[in-house]
Structures are given as structure tokens and as C-alpha cells.
Design a protein around this ligand. Structure first.
Ligand SMILES: C[S@@+](CC[C@H](N)C(=O)[O-])C[C@H]1O[C@@H](n2cnc3c(N)ncnc32)[C@H](O)[C@@H]1O
Length: 209
């Protein structure tokens, strides 16, 4: 994949990293295959945009799609706005500083694809709390590593969507996620990095493929 742009970062915001690039590749491949109906622009929603690297990359490659982003850290929202302004000033996007989808009306929101590169590193309960610095909260996943993912999956149930993707690590209690009977979740891809595998999961709604 050609990465011919770079985004600004700062010490309070999670910088583009191996997991960012891995998820970008999986989504990019998926969107190349994915047939958006002719009369439908296609709506993509990222939870936790960080620097907005993924959103910008996909917007440059798929300018016909409309992007929504949410992000819990005000510092990341402000940085991502700068990056978006620099790289895709004319694209249509909507960015909101909120937890998961809290600013979105579930009755009016029907995204084609939702994705989340969550905080997924196994940590103590102490690190996984709302008083930790924003940069810690961008990667701290709690003792199982999957606490933010579990919350994300709960939030996904509140509206209709077609596909969702999220990352985890092979070091996590992923069985906790996979055993959920309310969602059909399958492994879409994995990539080896030092000491672990990154795993990208795909949540599929009945009737979609
Ligand atoms: C691992 S970083 C990924 C950042 C960026 N998407 C990337 O791939 O480089 C996780 C991001 O999600 C944000 N985040 C964590 N929990 C969130 C939540 N409940 N709602 C919205 N954003 C959240 C964090 O602030 C952080 O920016």
C-alpha cells in the first residue's frame, strides 16, 4: 500500500502505528470489494479517530463515501481536524467529540461500515480508568484487554449497520468476544508483530456478506 501522506501528531494523541496501518489495509481491501448501491453514497463511521490517519487515507482513496468520526479525547479531535483540513479540505465528513456513538441519533443512522481500532493492551484496572491520561486511555484495555471492545459491541446493538470491524491482540481474552451469541463475529485477518498477533474481527449482520 502506498502511504504518500503523513499526519501531524502530538504526545497526547495516539500516533499512527502498526495497528493503524494493519486496519487501514484490511478496510481498504474490503471497500475495494464492497459494492455500494448506485443510488447510495455509502456511509462509513470510525470510532476513535485519533490523528484521523485511517479516515484521511480512506477518504482519499474512496472520495464517493461519506465519513463520520467520533473520538472521546478533545485533543485528538482538534488534531484530527487540523489533519483533515490539510489533506481532505473538500471532502464531506462529520466529526464529533463523544463516547462511541453518543452524538448520533440511532434512528437516523445506518452506516455501511463501522470500525474501531480500540484500546486493547492488557493493563491493570488502575490504568484502565477515566482519570488516566488521555494517551494511556488510548491503549489501555483493562485486565482482559477487551473491555473497550465489549462496550463497543454493546453500543453497536443500538442501531442498524451492515459491517463492523475492530482489532484485538492474540494476547487478549478474545474468547469473551467470540462467545457472544447476539452477533456473528469472524476473524477477517491477522498480522504478526513483536510477541503477538494483531487480529482484525469482522461483525456481520444477518443477510450481508
Ligand atoms: C488505539 S487508538 C487508535 C487511534 C486511530 N484510530 C489509529 O488507528 O491510529 C484508540 C482511539 O480511540 C479513542 N477512544 C477510546 N475509547 C473511545 C470511546 N469510547 N469512544 C470514542 N473514542 C474512543 C482514544 O482516545 C484513541 O484516540
Amino acid at each position: 500500500m502506498v502511504r504518500d501522506f503523513s499526519v501531524r501528531s502530538n504526545p497526547d494523541v495516539y500516533p499512527p502505528s502498526e495497528d493503524t496501518w494493519f486496519l487501514t489495509d484490511v478496510l481498504s481491501d474490503f471497500l475495494s470489494e464492497y459494492k455500494v448501491k448506485k443510488d447510495h453514497q455509502g456511509v462509513i463511521c470510525e470510532v476513535g479517530v485519533g490523528t484521523a490517519y485511517i479516515l484521511i487515507y480512506l477518504s482519499l482513496k474512496y472520495p464517493h463515501l461519506r465519513f463520520f468520526g467520533t473520538e472521546i479525547s478533545p485533543m485528538a479531535v482538534s488534531l484530527s481536524k487540523e489533519n483533515i483540513q490539510e489533506w481532505i479540505p473538500n471532502n464531506e465528513y462529520y466529526l464529533c467529540c463523544t463516547r462511541f456513538f453518543d452524538c448520533i441519533n440511532p434512528k437516523k443512522f445506518y452506516p455501511d461500515v463501522v470500525y474501531f481500532n480500540p484500546p486493547y493492551v492488557r493493563t491493570s484496572h488502575d490504568e484502565y480508568n477515566q482519570y488516566s491520561p488521555p494517551i494511556t486511555r488510548s491503549w489501555a484495555g483493562g485486565p482482559s484487554g477487551v473491555l473497550p471492545i465489549t462496550l463497543f459491541l454493546d453500543e453497536l446493538q443500538k442501531f442498524r449497520f451492515r459491517h463492523a470491524f475492530f482489532l484485538s491482540s492474540s494476547l487478549n481474552d478474545n474468547i469473551e468476544i467470540m462467545k457472544r451469541s447476539d452477533l456473528f463475529i469472524k476473524e477477517a485477518a491477522r498480522q504478526k508483530i513483536e510477541g503477538e498477533h494483531l487480529i482484525c474481527y469482522h461483525v456481520i449482520v444477518n443477510g450481508e456478506s
